[in-house]
Every structure is written in structure tokens, then in C-alpha cells.
Design a protein around this ligand. Sequence first.
Ligand code: LFR
Length: 475
Amino acid sequence: MTTHTAAAVDLGASSGRVMLARVGRDRLDITEVHRFGNVPVRLPGGLHWDVLRLYRDVLDGLGQAARACVDGEVLGSIGIDSWAVDYGLLDDTGALLGNPHHYRDGRTSGAAAAVHAKIGERGLYDITGLQYLPFNTIYQLAVDPAAATAAHALLVPDLLTYWLTGSLGTEATNASTTGLLDVRSGDWAAPLFDALGLPPGLFPPLRRPGDVVGPLLPEVLDDTGLAPSAVVTAVGSHDTASAVVGVPAADERFAYISCGTWSLVGVELDAPVLTPAGRAANFTNEGGVDGTVRYLRNVMGLWLLSESIATWNRTGPPADLPALLAAAADVPAGGPVFDPDDPVFLPPGDQPARIADALRRAGERVPSSRAELVRCILDSLAAAYARTVREASGLSGCPVDVVHLVGGGARNELLCRLTADACELPVLAGPVEATALGNVLVQARAHGAVAGDRWALRELLRSTQPTTRYEPSSM
Ligand code: LFR
């Protein structure tokens, strides 16, 4: 087998990156060739993604990837992943009908109630197995006046794929986050489209991770300098699906925390769990690569920290994150905690004030310094991770011996340590770039550079990517 050169386009809620990877039987190298901000724009009509800016950066990144190829090396494929649920609408000529909304926009308040009046919440879960999040695509579409007449809806990675290749499709792992997919059949749930008055073919047919989508359009070749042989290849286009592929687990007995803007906490299963207890605990059955199920719940994540820092930077002396984390590590254990999953924290805004309110309401002490507040956020996240890992294991019957913490949060030593303590389990931290690694591994397998199931891919991760182990301090 040869080495495959692939680019991963990985878009997060606050930044995007294009990574260049070389993957072979004993080789997995990945380097960042372009990193860019993802800055949403507030208009009178709501909070939007600047999707053309993102696409411009994707093209620039692919150009950099082409130029980074050395000694006759040719970039063979490109895979795209991003956050879930958001979409762009197209007319019948393929033109974009307006900028996609941001899932944190307030337009969905009240949308769920309207949808549940047509399809009961329990019935919806029975069909989709999806956790309730107020911004699931189904709720967004219900309040989107353009949806009923649009020719196509494309999830964000599928929209970028369309612009690169001209090919319409919906990648299956991301489709599973829409609230419109039947969790048993794995196909679109026609009765839900009916009930909501949505065109039945609004989303184009599904494609699976590993499917080759096709070559790049001539204008893309011009813009990027890529070779005409490069193809876009479907990956787990939901970033969390790629992140779970990128978890370097040795066997099934693990939980994962994909820790970035959100923290996605759960286990990997072969079949969905659709029990009333799972529904009551708001656990989701999202689609994973190779037909796996990501049985997890969203925890609010580092968004609490990044929005706190943004607030401090707006209103006072700039915050120095490394210094704050060092000081937070010196704050004594046993301080106040709040429930990070309170929906009050969902929209952008003054998180320190919201956290202080939440603590006051719960009769807890309010932190008196920035460092104490950072510690309070991390303690609260660690406690939420521990609760969620226990519930995921209990509800699914999947035993957990180790917690893999991947994504940007793996750099945060204090968070990893607190998580090990709260879970009373070892935490294996890293890789930071699990999502991009999961993305390129699926491409490399599709193009024959590596073989085997997800365990073979994880074996390659374990032999090439360093991790840091944190033991719980009571052990
Ligand atoms: C993480 C993520 C989560 C999804 C949230 C919103 O980046 O994709 O899995 O619930 O973003 O799309």
C-alpha cells in the first residue's frame, strides 16, 4: 500500500482549519496549512454564518495544501467536516437563498413547541432517537419561511462540497443531527417532512463516509492550483463523528469527551438505545462512521470559557488565558458549581454575569476573581462530564474503563485532571486534532492507503499520536 495525501477541511464554531495529511500503513502525519477565524455576523434578521468568507478560506487553504505538496506528491482527496444542524437553502438553479443562520440565533425560540404540536416530542424521539436541542434542523426549518419553496437544503459541509464539485448530496452522519432521519432505517423520515409541510426531497440523497463525491469544478482548480485528479471524498462530515473516529481507543470499554466549543460526552455503540429512560435523560443516537451509533449528550463546553473571556476583553483589561488557568489551578478544590447545561448559557453574551446569577439562585458562593470563575467553570464542566459518562454507561450497558478526551480541551491540563478526578477514571487526553485525523483516516481508507475497520484506524492513531494520561487523584 502507498501513502495517500489528503486535505481535511475542519470547520469549528469559532475557527476553521485546512490540514494536510500523509497516511499509509505505518504513517499518519498531519500539519495545519491554514487556520482562520469563523466570525458570525449579526444582522437585523438574526445571527448568521459568514459562509462566503468561510468558503474563501477553504479555497485559500486548499491552495496552500496544493503548494505544500513536495517532490511530485499529488493531493489525492479532500474531506470536509463542520459543526452540525445548520444549512443553506438553494433555488432550482443552485443559487444560495440567503446566508445560513447560526444555530445560536434566537429565531428558534418557540419553534419546538410549534413542531411538537404537530408531532409529539415522544413520537419524534421514537422516530429519530435524537436528543432535544432547541436548534435541531427540524426546528430551524419550521420557522424558516423559505424552506417550503426552496429546491434544496444543504448542511454546511454539503454546501461547501457542492460549491467545490457541483454535486448535491447529504452526508449521513450529519443528516442524523437534523431531526428528520429515521434512526432505524437510516433514511429520511418521510412522515416528518409531510407533517411539517416540507418538500419530501428537500435534502438530497444520502451519501456515506468513504463515498467518493467527485472531482473539483474547473474554477476551483483555477483558484487552488490543485491537480484535476483530486476528488472530494465524503467523511464523517459531522465534526463529532470524525472526532469519534479519531479517538485512539484500544477496545470498546471507553467513553469519549469531544471537547471544543461544545463537549460531546458519550459512548460508541453498534445499535441505538431508544428507551424511555434514555429519552428522559435526553441522550442522542447520532450516526457514526461505519454504521456505529454515537450515544451521547451535549454538554455546554468551552463556550462558557471563551464567552467569558470575550466578555472580559470587551469590558475590562484583556484576559490572559494561560495565566488565568495557572491561577485557577491554585484555587482550592470544593468551590461552587453550577449546571453548565442550563439553556440560559446558549446564546452569546455575558457568561460571567449569567454564571453569577445561576450560583446566586442555587445559594452558592459567587467567585470573587476571574481565576475563581475559571475554576468554577472547569469544576462545573468536570462534574457534568462525570454525570454524563455515568449515565451513558448506565443507559447503554456499555462498561467504561477509560475516558478519552479529544479536541482543543485536551490541551487544558487542569480540565483533564479535574475530569479524571470527577469521573474517578483515567483520562487519556489527545489528540487535539482528533476531528481532522478522523476525517483523513476515512479518506485514506476509501482510497486504499489503509485497510480495516475503525479499530485498525485507531491502532494507527495509537502508534502515531501521543496522548497524556491523567489518573484520578484518589487512586
Ligand atoms: C460540535 C457540534 C455538536 C453539535 C453542535 C451544533 O461542534 O457539531 O455535535 O450539537 O456542534 O451543531
